[in-house]
Design a protein. Structure first.
Length: 423
């Protein structure tokens, strides 16, 4: 921890030096560029000149240096709370980058929103991972930004695209920038295909596949001595569907994965669903989405599990002591409440985690909302096989205690009241 604080302080020092460098270049633009240029053009070319200077001196790509200069400028001019936390080692540069990312599109009209986000996220970052801060930021933005999420979504949607990025050793990245509903369902289906492969497939059961368009077998059917990993199956399935439009229909696995359908929770305020409110919906694993998208998905998208905010009032929150397994409605309520594994810093989806009795069932722990929480397999073992411990502290929040005695609180992604009032 001490080494991490020192590393964060060094990162803050680098931010200060970069900002001083670019500020000096802009103030002394006449030393870098021709006086015949307009003032705006002189400032732009001065920045480009110092960017090239630093890139060549540090042996870094200019795009990398440009990104670092943009981050330094944002932190130094618009995000004082975040930069202060970085300087005293309370957060890492990864946290600071998330705050920059979540405020970079805010213009002069949203200065107050930017300042509020800076304060809230800087404080939140001191006790959470960068990934968790990003999820929190998506929700906080809706509370402070003046422009509606629908307006921002229309602008962002116009930027959808696919990008190719070469990598080393004969590999490459293929990025798709898509609306969140499409991207979430695509990844969820790939993820479920990976689970089908890992849970139900034996290498000897699958024969090599053939495609008239290629002499190579597809990744879904190409099995060697070892089982493929989930990441490999997701990548291979995406490759097969994009290249061939389908999976090989001769494969037993292809028959299984063809039946896989994505499923994602969508929580919609009841007045939004009725068209009487513009409050955003909430998409599992992401956060707020435009109300128009929420209404469309709630009405016509069978792959989304639609949950009206008030509908949870009828959910069973407790069951008889003799029952160990939670009933389906309680399990779904817990999945919506928790969102992810409830161990500190873990973002594994709740649907891929276990429902754990905080006080063990064998020790008279009840199968009830106040004694259940999602914990992924790895952290489930950690809880039961090490001296890590956990207890419920109300409203779905948990307090974990480490072997060294340190305590960490985690809070549900969707803090639904323990006993919601009836309609």
């Amino acid at each position: 921890m001490h080494a991490q604080r020192i590393e964060a302080m060094h990162a803050a020092l680098r931010v200060d030096v970069l900002f001083l460098a670019v500020s000096y270049a802009v103030r002394s633009a006449e030393a870098f560029v021709a006086a015949s240029l307009s003032p705006e053009r002189r400032r732009e070319m001065a920045r480009r000149a110092v960017t090239a200077e630093l890139a060549t001196a540090l042996h870094l790509p200019e795009r990398t240096v440009q990104r670092q200069l943009d981050e330094a400028t944002a932190l130094s001019t618009r995000l004082p709370a975040t930069l202060g936390a970085l300087r005293d080692g309370s957060i890492t540069m990864a946290h600071a980058r998330v705050v920059v990312e979540q405020t970079t599109d805010l213009g002069d009209d949203d200065r107050d929103a930017c300042a509020r986000l800076d304060e809230l996220l800087a404080e939140f970052s001191t006790s959470h991972t960068a990934a968790t801060v990003r999820r929190k930021a998506l929700r906080l933005r809706e509370q402070v930004i003046s422009e509606t999420i629908a307006e921002r979504h229309r602008k962002a949607r116009a930027k959808r695209r696919v990008e190719f990025e070469a990598a080393a050793d004969g590999m490459a990245w293929l990025h798709a920038f898509l609306p969140i509903d499409d991207a979430k369902l695509i990844f969820d289906r790939l993820d479920r295909v990976a689970c089908v492969n890992r849970d139900a497939r034996r290498p000897e059961e699958v024969a090599p596949a053939t495609h008239s368009s290629s002499a190579e077998t597809t990744g879904i059917d190409q099995v060697r001595d070892e089982q493929l990993t989930a990441d490999q199956v997701r990548a291979d399935t995406a490759r097969d569907l994009l290249l061939y439009g389908t999976l090989d229909d001769q494969s037993a696995l292809a028959d299984a994965v063809a039946r896989v359908r994505p499923s994602v929770h969508l929580t919609v305020p009841v007045l939004t669903a009725m068209g009487e409110s513009e409050a955003p919906g909430l998409l599992e694993g992401y956060g707020p989405i435009p109300p128009e998208m929420a209404r469309r998905l709630a009405a016509r998208a069978p792959s989304f599990t639609r949950i009206l905010t008030h509908a949870v009032a009828g959910t069973v929150l407790d069951v008889d002591r003799r029952s160990y397994r939670p009933p389906a409605d309680l399990a779904r309520w817990l999945e919506v409440r928790d969102g992810t594994c409830r161990f500190p810093g873990c973002n594994r989806p709740a649907r891929r985690s276990d429902i754990d009795h905080t006080i063990d069932y064998a020790d008279n722990g009840r199968t009830a909302h106040h004694n259940l929480a999602h914990v992924c397999a790895a952290h489930h073992h950690l809880k039961h096989e090490t001296s890590w411990s956990v207890r419920h502290i109300g409203q779905g929040s948990l307090e974990w205690t480490s072997p060294a005695g340190n305590t960490h609180e985690t809070h549900p992604e969707n803090p639904i009241p323990d006993r919601p009032p009836p309609f």
